[in-house]
Design a protein around this ligand. Sequence first.
Ligand SMILES: *[C@@H]1O[C@H](CO)[C@@H](O)[C@H](O)[C@H]1NC(C)=O
Ligand SMILES: *[C@@H]1O[C@H](CO)[C@@H](O)[C@H](O)[C@H]1NC(C)=O
Ligand SMILES: *[C@@H]1O[C@H](CO)[C@@H](O)[C@H](O)[C@H]1NC(C)=O
Ligand SMILES: *[C@@H]1O[C@H](CO)[C@@H](O)[C@H](O)[C@H]1NC(C)=O
Ligand SMILES: *[C@@H]1O[C@H](CO)[C@@H](O)[C@H](O)[C@H]1NC(C)=O
Length: 299
Amino acid sequence: MSSFCCSFRFSMMLLGLLLASSLMAASAGDLNQDFIITWGNGRGQMLDNGQLLMLSLDNVSGSGFQSKNEFLFGRFDMQIKLVPGNSAGTVTTFYLSSQGDNHDEIDFEFLGNSSGDPYTVHTNVFSQGKGNREQQFKLWFDPTKGFHTYSILWNSQQIIFLVDKIPIREFTNRESEGVPYPHNQTMKIYSSLWDAENWATRGGLVKTNWTEAPFNTYYRNFNGNACVVSSIGVSSCDSNSKTSTSAVSNKTWQTQQLDSKGRRYLRWVQKNYMIYNYCTDYKRFSNGRPRECKRSKSH
Ligand SMILES: *[C@@H]1O[C@H](CO)[C@@H](O)[C@H](O)[C@H]1NC(C)=O
Ligand SMILES: *[C@@H]1O[C@H](CO)[C@@H](O)[C@H](O)[C@H]1NC(C)=O
Ligand SMILES: *[C@@H]1O[C@H](CO)[C@@H](O)[C@H](O)[C@H]1NC(C)=O
Ligand SMILES: *[C@@H]1O[C@H](CO)[C@@H](O)[C@H](O)[C@H]1NC(C)=O
Ligand SMILES: *[C@@H]1O[C@H](CO)[C@@H](O)[C@H](O)[C@H]1NC(C)=O
């Protein structure tokens, strides 16, 4: 936390020295502003002056990056192009997580597949250390042919997962009914590309073909509007500086919820593209389904 404090102050000092025009230019999609590559021994790389980030996986290691800042609520949009061809055994993640015991986490995981077979988009929500809330989807496009936008909206009332702005999942705050909700632990953004051949593809039946390595995932055009929490516990939701790549801060996300069009899209995705929903896994929860799976009294 303290290193965050000081590097943030330092960059504020630097920003003060820069001209407004270069400040705008620096905020035009430079991933160096918001992220650091944390592991992979050179397999993760900033390219094109930070306009593009590449993660790479080979038979020795995967790689990953994380946000410089910690957040308490926000909306995070990232364009990602997934490993093409035979990506079986590989997993690309993009998620928010707090640290320590009883952590909170909001997950996107992209499970690779053999050439021509569809990726699986795996989602989960942990609150107070408890997950087991998986929903999985197929996509309505090939996520390896181009960049698509994957978003996590996290405000005090709901979490919404979106793909190209289409909501695929909603997790509503039902703390009043005793369902823990991520609301008081700051989270960072993390992303990684790693080998999960033991479970990722067809439950681990299809292994990674290492002769096709390295496997690469690409990122660009991050957009974040969020409340940044500093080491002294002060939260700023202005989204100026590093968290926001848009020139004007946009606070719509703080109260954003699904409107009727959003609900229609959500139903369309869930009807046509959902392949697993923990809420309907009656075998798994033979002692009764999780409370959030039952209809809310207030809705
Ligand atoms: C990893 O792959 C490289 C290149 O294909 C190969 O030379 C090397 O022996 C492999 N290493 C391991 C640990 O499998
Ligand atoms: C967060 O809130 C939960 C109740 O929802 C409580 O049990 C926990 O102690 C709180 N944690 C912190 C760090 O305040
Ligand atoms: C891979 O493709 C197969 C065949 O279509 C499918 O059953 C499976 O769910 C796909 N995804 C993964 C991650 O195995
Ligand atoms: C692995 O990939 C290589 C190169 O594409 C291919 O020749 C080989 O048949 C593949 N191995 C398996 C087990 O599919
Ligand atoms: C603000 O963000 C929302 C999504 O969170 C978007 O729909 C809206 O167009 C944005 N408004 C502006 C002015 O950028």
